[in-house]
Design a protein around this ligand. Sequence first.
Ligand code: G3P
Ligand code: CA
Length: 248
Amino acid sequence: MSFVISHRGANKEAPENTLSAFRKSLALGVDGFENDVHLTKDGRLVVCHDETLERTSNGKGRICDHSFEALRRLDFGSWFAPEFTGEKIPSLEEFFALCANLKIINVELKRAPDGSTAAAPATVQMAKAFGLFDRLIVSSFDMTMLLACTDCDPATRTAYLYNDLELPLVKELHASMKDFAVKYHLAALHPFFGALTAEYIAEAHAAGLMVNPWTVNQHHALELLRDWGADGVITDQPALAMEVARTA
Ligand code: G3P
Ligand code: CA
């Protein structure tokens, strides 16, 4: 396993998807970060998992209905623990500023409520401005986001993210991984880890695809995926995953 990728930062030690969570993750020595990105009403890219504000802040409503400045006045920390009171929603620029020494940067683009793919080229261009483009992997459950990235620059590494094996796109993937990779210009698969086997990973590799499963938190699953040749794991337990990854 080459890459241990912390899911939303060190989300057990600090509020998920905040600069505190990413800094704690860096201190652990991870290979990469995974985050979740949305577009604000005024076209800024911000890091947050949910489309709405209620779970992880003191705000209400959808991110896409608020300006960046309005979102920055919200508290994204006290829901997790009092010492994080006042933690702000990170801009993608602030997130990228922490990534200089990482081997892999996984930006997950969430589906925009209005179907806009504007976040895709903006992410690609920003990664280039930060000198991170060659280490970037953009993932999404929304294939139109991924295609908008490779439309912007065909060299963008994109990863199809999936869980539901009954989705037509997933059935298309399983009919031929090679054809799917070529048709959608993919560099990687980001499957939910539960359905994987050694053969599945080998088939993806034969199709030229990296495999970075999520969200892998248990020792046994980490060991299996390492032994089956998964390229990376997206995990809520980065310290454990690093221990397993380093002991073959
Ligand atoms: O990128 C892997 C994983 O984060 C996808 O699911 O809901 O945690 O964004 P979710
Ligand atoms: Ca995610």
